[in-house]
Design a protein around this ligand. Structure first.
Ligand SMILES: [Fe+2]
Length: 214
C-alpha cells in the first residue's frame, strides 16, 4: 500500500512563466517528484521485506534511499506551494501591509535586513556543489530563522529545523531554460516567491514544541 502520494500542483504548468517555463514544471512535477514518491514507498516495502526475512545486507543503502526519497518528496511538496505567478501575488518582499509582518520582522531580526537575508539564501542556493537546495528554515531551539545549504535532499541540515522557503538548485529545476546559468535562475526565483505561503509555514513552525529546551 502506497503511503506517500504525489500532490496536485496548485497552478497550471505555465503559471510561473517567464521565470520557469511549462516544460520544466511538467517534467519536474510529473517525473522527478513522482519518482521520489515512488522511491519512498518502494523503500518502505523493501525495509518491510528485510524485516520479514531478517535479511539486512542492504540496510545501509535502504536507509539512505529512505532519507533521500522521503526528503525529496517533502521538499518538492513545499516548493510548489512556495511559488505563485509573478503576474499574480508572487515576488516582492514580505510586507506588514500584506499581512505577513511577523515573517518580515523575523527575517530582519534573524539576518539584520531583508536584503542581507536575500543575499545569503541566493548565495547558499547558487553555490550548491552537485545537487542541492537553498532553504530558509525556522530553528525552534533558538527561535530564529536560518539558511541551510542542503546536499541532495537530506544532507547538511540541523535536526528539528523546519523548512519554510525552499529553492530547488538541482539542474532539473532550471537546465532546459537557463542552461548552466544557475545564478541567473536563483536570482529569477525571487519573482515567484509566495510570501503568504512562507508566512503561514513560519507561523505553523513557531507553534511546534522544540525538541530540546534552549
Ligand atoms: Fe527538484
Amino acid at each position: 500500500m502506497a503511503i506517500y502520494t504525489l500532490p496536485e500542483l496548485p497552478y497550471d504548468y505555465a503559471a510561473l512563466e517567464p521565470v520557469i517555463n511549462p516544460q520544466i514544471i511538467e517534467l519536474h512535477h510529473d517525473k522527478h517528484h513522482a519518482a521520489y514518491v515512488k522511491g519512498a514507498n518502494d523503500t518502505l516495502e523493501q525495509l518491510e521485506e528485510a524485516r520479514d526475512k531478517d535479511a539486512w545486507g542492504s540496510i545501509n543503502g535502504l536507509e539512505k534511499n529512505l532519507a533521500f526519497h522521503l526528503s525529496g518528496h517533502i521538499l518538492h511538496s513545499i516548493y510548489w506551494h512556495n511559488m505563485a505567478s509573478p503576474k499574480d501575488s508572487g515576488g516582492g518582499e514580505p510586507l506588514a501591509a500584506d499581512g505577513v509582518g511577523d515573517l518580515a520582522d523575523a527575517i530582519t531580526e534573524s539576518f539584520g535586513s531583508f536584503a542581507k537575508f536575500k543575499t545569503q539564501l541566493t548565495k547558499a542556493a547558487a553555490t550548491t556543489q552537485g545537487s542541492g537546495w537553498g532553504v530558509l528554515a525556522y530553528e525552534p531551539v533558538s527561535g530564529r530563522l536560518i539558511v541551510e545549504q542542503v546536499y541532495d535532499h537530506q544532507g547538511n541540515v540541523g535536526q528539528g529545523s523546519v523548512p519554510v522557503l525552499v529553492f530547488d538548485a538541482w539542474e532539473h529545476a532550471f537546465y532546459l531554460q537557463y542552461k548552466n546559468q544557475k545564478v541567473d535562475f536563483i536570482d529569477a526565483m525571487w519573482a515567484v516567491v509566495n510570501w503568504q505561503d512562507v508566512a503561514k509555514r513560519y507561523a505553523d513552525a513557531k507553534n511546534r514544541t522544540p525538541l530540546i529546551t534552549p
